[in-house]
Design a protein around this ligand. Structure first.
Ligand SMILES: Nc1nc2c(ncn2[C@@H]2O[C@H](COP(=O)(O)OP(=O)(O)OP(=O)(O)O)[C@@H](O)[C@H]2O)c(=O)[nH]1
Ligand SMILES: [Mg+2]
Length: 387
């Protein structure tokens, strides 16, 4: 019986390699990837900027940069290099052979974070599936002790290098069996959901970029104590609580997994059942973080994922959180966000601060109003009918 390995690499030093195709670097993306690395337990102590016209077939960044990477890692004592892009299995292998480093790409970082966070059976199966799908084309790679963490497999004989012994067919059959198990758990959850949500209680889902304050808002609105942390992907499993509304009616509020740009497709596939909570909701609360340096991109990423989930026609309230921490220079961008939000939904943007309680009363009123409002033109159009 194979078990997937869980532990992360803690405080290992890493070089962050940032390929870029535009003349200027993208500091926000770089910071986000560095934050993902920190969440995974890596300490980014050096950054290698790699301007490119097109990715090079063998190593993505080209031989000159590969040499620079090896030298930088040597100088700074790093054994790991994280690439802020997606690498093919061959590129990863070539880079590992050329530098002697453990080469990790952005997808792998995100999958590892999910693996560290997964607690429930469903989340674990989903992450295991994503890791196996990621490792399948990489089975021939050289597995070092560090690389045990990446989709690593622990059998009776030990870990790491035993990965090599896993034959593709075995992994494929494992993927199929996990998929069956996931379908079963998903069916059970939908039965539970059916009994829990029986009747006409309206369902609301909190959706949005990771770290925007979804769990904090659930706690503030429902008086619950769901884990809220200044970490990416603190929430992996949907959590549902009862929400009392000003008109004395009740709704069910569900917290969901956060989004991030370039979410690995294996994770989207694997977490589809969790994300379906959003697709099943009557109303979506799309939370944005007013203090995020690229709040518009976060918003567009969330809209993109919701579209992919078939939620375009859902009644949507755009909520801008963390207004307490808004700096004057970031205030201007909120106007652009509001204009963009008005193309998605006619419901006015709700500005709030979970921390201070600002705007929460107005948000509750808005939620009751939206629940009572008629559906958009039979859910045909992308937008909710004007209130
Ligand atoms: N300044 C400020 N910080 C806030 C506010 N609301 C939430 N936060 C902080 O933002 C961080 C993220 O909050 P969470 O509620 O965990 O965010 P989330 O959207 O559930 O994140 P994931 O589960 O990772 O997707 C925490 O450190 C919160 O304390 C707010 O109104 N103002
Ligand atoms: Mg959360």
């Amino acid at each position: 019986m194979i078990e997937l390995k869980e532990e992360a690499v803690f405080n290992a030093k890493a070089v962050l390699v940032c390929p870029r195709f535009t003349p200027s670097a993208d500091p926000i993306r770089q910071e986000e990837t560095a934050a993902l690395c920190r969440t995974m337990g890596l300490d980014v102590i050096a950054v290698l900027d790699a301007p490119l016209k097109v990715p090079k077939a063998a190593t993505y960044i080209g031989s000159g940069k590969v040499e620079q990477l090896a030298a930088l890692a040597d100088e700074t004592g790093c054994a790991i290099a994280v690439f802020d892009c997606d690498l093919s299995p061959t590129m990863q292998l070539n880079l590992e052979q050329a530098t002697g480093l453990c080469i990790i790409d952005r997808q792998e970082v995100i999958i590892q974070i999910f693996a560290d966070r997964a607690r429930t059976r469903e989340a674990r199966i989903q992450v295991d599936l994503a890791r196996l799908k990621y490792s399948l084309p990489r089975l021939s790679r050289k597995w070092t002790s560090l690389s045990q963490t990446r989709g690593g497999v622990r059998g009776g004989k030990g870990a790491g290098e035993k990965q090599l012994e896993l034959d593709r067919r075995y992994v494929e059959s494992r993927i199929r069996s996990l998929q069956r198990e996931l379908d079963k758990v998903k069916r059970q959850r939908s039965v539970q959901r059916g009994s829990r949500m029986g009747g006409d209680i309206p369902k609301i889902a909190l959706v949005g970029y990771t770290n925007s304050g979804k769990s904090s808002l659930l706690n503030a609105l429902c008086g619950s104590d769901v884990l809220a942390q200044d970490k990416l992907f603190a929430t992996l499993d949907p959590v549902t609580r009862r929400l009392g509304l000003p008109d004395s009616s009740v709704a069910l509020l569900t917290d969901t997994v956060g989004f991030v740009r370039d979410l690995p497709h294996q994770l989207i596939d694997s977490f589809r059942s969790t994300l379906e909570e959003a697709a099943l909701a009557d109303v979506l609360l799309l939370i944005c973080d007013a203090t995020h340096p690229d709040v518009l991109l976060c918003f567009e990423t969330a809209i993109g994922v919701l579209e992919e989930l078939g939620c375009k026609d859902r009644k949507t309230i755009v909520v801008i959180n963390k207004m307490d921490a808004l700096t004057p220079e970031r205030e201007g961008r909120l106007g652009i966000l509001e204009a963009r939000a008005s193309q998605i939904t006619p419901v006015p943007v709700q500005k709030i601060s979970v921390l201070t309680g600002f705007g929460l009363k107005a948000l509750r009123n808005c939620i009751s109003q939206v629940i009572r409002s008629p559906l958009s033109e039979s859910e045909q159009g992308p937008c909710l009918q004007s209130l």
